[in-house]
Write a protein that binds this ligand. Structure first.
Ligand SMILES: *Cc1c(COP(=O)(O)O)cnc(C)c1O
Length: 454
């Protein structure tokens, strides 16, 4: 029998519970701190901006957390997602490695993000909230939340990073089609936005600024809550459907990855895809599993940041998180992988990197787009610039396998399609894409602004 191009699970095999890696971690990250008191955040501190269903998940250390039937029902619109064998890429590279990828580009918004957007909209709806406010980088998260809110009958307000708002109008149209209200961030809809514009009217914005605007909006309106697309524990929890499905699919074909790659913006798709496998490493079942986070050289939090307490947002309103950070006031260069322009990373992921359970690498965007082009030629899919970061790593690894005559199972999470990123592909094809050196000085300045924690 010929090798299957993709392994498809049944709808009944959509996981019934999310996996919480905290149950298996030998050491947990230090707790988030309240930005006012600098004391550990209490669950009730989250209550003005999150529903209780989410707050409970944020602080839970239970290994399995049931997925509500209503959420699984919505997941069925695109889940289970296929696990592909990238046979044509293998042939093109002439590698003995077997390359597999989970393809999250099949969801309505085109990425992994609705896995959590749908869940968050559901818990808010259950608790009577009428509107969710959020930020978005490349527009992927905003469109995912717009979709999730629409499904459960909530209103949605999105603060979109100015650089992406200008480069990527189609995502705004997508959000508006799903009935969301979209602001170019920094905006004049919040006090924080007005302040930033006062200092620099031409700023290209950042995820940090947009987060501050959305949190302010939610905190100052009773009928509204805030919703975040990455970084926090509950988001990562929801994203484990990706890795749990992948694990089942691997089981069906009798394979298991030797090495896992993924891109890291705030860390949600990578963590969601790899944590169910990393759990096997933590519990000694797969001690040799190698896990590699891939990030942009222009915003290299894991490879160049410091492991310290820093604000999750740029205004100092969000909780202070123990994470690898470039400084909450750092505004990264306007690379095309807008979803990777965040100054920190998920505390759970950072802790696992810090303790040596996984590693990290950083790439320049021209190398990343060269990999995306090769992937499109081999496998057809035109992928998101974010996803192309791990494809660059995978291609390098597959070529190493060829050189060393090494058979190996490589798995990566292909987090989304690049159909709204064709402007960036065009810049690459025309040789106009520029690399931004790691901005040492800007980061040094930003690190001087970290909160002082006694
Ligand atoms: C948002 C996004 C990312 C980065 O966010 P994470 O939370 O790190 O997953 C990566 N890929 C795509 C396609 C995205 O939309």
């Amino acid at each position: 029998m010929s090798i299957k191009a993709k392994i498809l699970l049944d709808e009944e095999e959509i996981p019934k519970a999310w996996y919480n890696i905290q149950a298996d971690m030998p050491a947990l990250p230090e707790p988030p701190l309240n930005p006012m008191t600098k004391e550990p955040v209490k669950p009730e501190d989250f209550v003005p901006i999150f529903p209780m269903g989410i707050v409970r998940q944020e602080v839970s250390t239970e290994r399995w957390i049931p997925i509500p039937e209503e959420v699984r029902e919505v997941y069925r619109l695109w889940r289970p997602t296929p696990l592909y064998r990238a046979k044509r890429l293998e042939e093109k590279l002439k590698t003995p490695a077997r390359i597999y990828y989970k393809w999250e580009g099949v969801s309505p918004p085109g990425s992994h993000k609705p896995n959590t957007a749908v869940a968050q909209a559901y818990y808010n709806m259950k608790e009577g909230i009428e509107r969710l406010a959020t930020e978005t980088g490349a527009g992927q998260w905003g469109s995912a939340l717009a979709f999730g809110c629409m499904v459960f009958g909530l209103k949605c307000t999105v603060y979109m990073v100015a650089a992406s708002y200008d480069q990527k109008p189609y995502r705004r149209i997508m959000m508006e089609t799903w009935n969301a209200e979209v602001y170019r961030s920094p905006s004049r809809n919040t006090q924080f936005g007005k302040n930033v514009l006062g200092d620099d009217p031409n700023t290209s914005g950042s995820l940090g600024i947009a987060i501050s605007e959305a949190v302010e909006d939610a905190a100052t309106h009773d009928d509204a809550h805030y919703s975040i697309g990455s970084v926090l524990n509950h988001v990562i929890l929801h994203q484990t459907v990706v890795g749990l499905e992948a694990k089942q699919a691997f089981e069906q074909i009798g394979e298991y990855p030797d090495v896992i790659y993924g891109n890291v913006g705030g860390g949600s798709n990578f963590s969601g895809a790899c944590f169910p496998f990393v759990g096997d490493k933590l519990t000694g079942k797969r001690p040799d599993l190698k896990v590699v986070a891939c990030e942009p050289m222009a915003c290299p939090s894991l490879t160049k940041g410091l492991y310290l307490y820093d604000y999750g947002d740029c205004a100092g309103m969000a909780p202070i998180l123990k994470m690898y950070t470039l400084g909450h006031t750092f505004i990264p260069p306007p690379i095309h992988a807008g979803g990777l322009r965040y100054h920190g990373d998920a505390p759970l992921l950072c802790k696992l990197v810090k303790d040596g359970w996984m590693e990290a690498v950083a790439y320049h965007q021209t190398d990343v787009f060269r990999a995306a082009k090769l992937f499109a030629e081999a496998e057809g899919h035109i992928i998101a610039p974010e996803s192309a970061h791990e494809v660059k790593a995978v291609i390098d690894e597959a070529l190493n396998c060829k050189e060393e005559g090494r058979e190996e199972v490589i798995f990566f999470n292909n987090s989304g399609h690049g159909h709204f990123d064709l402007g960036a592909y065009d810049a690459f094809l025309q040789g106009k894409l520029v690399d931004y050196e790691y901005p040492v000085e800007l980061v040094k300045q930003a690190l001087a602004n970290l909160p002082k924690i006694p």
